[in-house]
Write a protein that binds this ligand. Structure first.
Ligand code: FE2
Length: 428
């Protein structure tokens, strides 16, 4: 039992992922796998990424290190419980002792799930976040996993989180455990040269949202202290360590995001955005995101017929970063009054100024909308095919994300979500 001032959290935990960053880093995947004692790895990619020279360099590096490779390129973009199960079945069958994933967040997340279910087979719901799943802890360490992102987005190489579309429930949810964090991230910006503008923009806004939400999350000191040290969650709320990474990520994005989207040959800008993605991954891996991501899982899960430009997909889907950023300006206005100083800092880093506390939300929302417009993002939910009639279903989907909503700097009820989805219909 705690009482008095000890009811509140006073301790933060720093989880620093191991990351290699820089051009040419992918060539070190073989020696790194060998150093981890691996002999036969499952290599996860998707059909598009699998054809990139970067993946060929990884294959030859693994071969040169004497490591067998079983390749799985059937990763679904925006994975589902079904596609996770298929990937786990492949990994079990292939009798591998480690994992290498090369691709966007979908690929890295699929490798995390395959590693989990191949190492500790269980009914699928067992490890899935409550309330949709049992939220059971991962029983022990997983096999080593080297994650190599090819989009400057998710930061999944830094986190212990994997996200998927739970088909039976029509909503995105995830599995969260320190054990899911890759053993090593190898971030080689070379891959970003071939990325189409829409992919850079969408994944770039995912990065921006990670940094914005982690920085403005409810501070860890406003949470209740967990009953045991082991119960301290991975997403512990805003804290001085994640703030460092988030501020720098936002500064870099404010300077380079538009350039990186506009010009594929702008190596400096594309490398900078990739670095921001890694930093933001460190930030949100330690703090956690909140309302825009909670709303995004409903937006992505309820998609009807939106098919994005520049994505190699044969099904309707809203790219993750797009599904997040369409709500971010509306949420910024809503959360700014709870943490005006932090929102002002973000607005400044993105090139907007606000003199008074009651102007901060509008200033930040305006800065976000300007960046979205400059990078040809949808102007809001209407551009993704949603109408007012969809709001109740969107609200229910977002309201189910209590873990994320609880990380917001102020309480978020159904009526708030209704107003937020309405405000996110169109920004210009
Ligand atoms: Fe995200």
């Amino acid at each position: 039992m705690h009482d008095g001032p000890h009811d509140h959290e006073t301790v933060l935990e720093v989880e620093a992922p191991r990351v290699k960053f820089g051009r040419g880093a992918i060539a070190e995947v073989g020696p790194e796998a060998a150093a981890l004692g691996l002999r036969r790895v499952a290599l996860f990619t998707d059909r598009h990424v699998g054809r990139l020279p970067l993946v060929e360099r990884a294959r030859s590096s693994l071969r040169a290190a004497g490591i067998d490779v079983a390749e799985f390129d059937a990763v679904r973009i925006e994975p589902t419980d079904t596609s996770f199960r298929e990937a786990a079945a492949f990994a079990l069958d292939a009798r591998v002792d480690g994992y290498v994933s090369i691709g966007g967040g979908s690929v890295i997340d699929t490798a995390k799930a395959a590693n989990l279910y191949a190492t500790y087979p269980a009914p699928f719901e067992r490890y899935v976040n409550a309330p949709l799943g049992d939220g059971a802890p991962v029983p022990g360490p997983l096999a080593p996993h080297i994650a190599c992102p090819t989009t400057s987005g998710t930061g999944s190489e830094c986190t212990g989180i994997t996200i998927f579309d739970f088909e039976a429930h029509d909503v995105k949810t995830g599995i969260a455990s320190r054990r899911l964090r890759p053993t090593l991230g190898i971030v080689d910006p070379d891959a970003t040269r071939t990325l189409p503008a829409t992919v850079v923009a969408s994944s770039g806004f995912d990065v921006l949202a990670h940094a914005l939400e982690s920085f403005t999350a409810k501070p860890y000191t406003q949470r209740l202290r967990p009953l045991t040290p082991q119960a301290r969650p991975l997403s512990q709320g805003a804290n001085p360590y994640s703030d460092l990474a988030c501020v720098e990520a936002l500064r870099v994005l404010g300077e380079f995001l538009v350039r990186a989207v506009e010009d594929a040959s702008d190596d400096e800008a594309r490398e900078a955005v990739m670095w921001a993605a890694t930093l933001a991954g460190i930030g949100f891996g330690n703090a956690g995101v909140h309302v825009p991501h909670g709303m995004a899982y409903a937006v992505a899960g309820l998609v009807r017929d939106f098919v994005p430009r520049d994505y190699d997909v044969d099904h309707a889907m809203v790219p993750h970063g797009m599904s997040v950023i369409v709500s971010a300006p509306a949420v910024a206005k809503f959360t700014a009054i709870a943490a005006p100083a932090k929102h002002r800092r973000v607005a400044t880093l993105l090139g907007a100024d606000a003199a008074h506390d009651d102007e901060v939300g509008d200033a930040l929302a305006g800065a976000l909308a300007r960046l979205m417009r400059a990078t040809a993002m949808p102007s809001g939910l209407r551009a993704l095919g949603y109408t007012d009639a969809d709001v109740p279903a969107l609200v229910e989907g977002a309201f189910a994300q209590q873990r994320l909503l609880g990380n917001a700097p102020r309480a978020v009820g159904r009526e708030d979500l209704t107003a937020l989805f309405a405000a996110a219909a169109a920004y210009w």
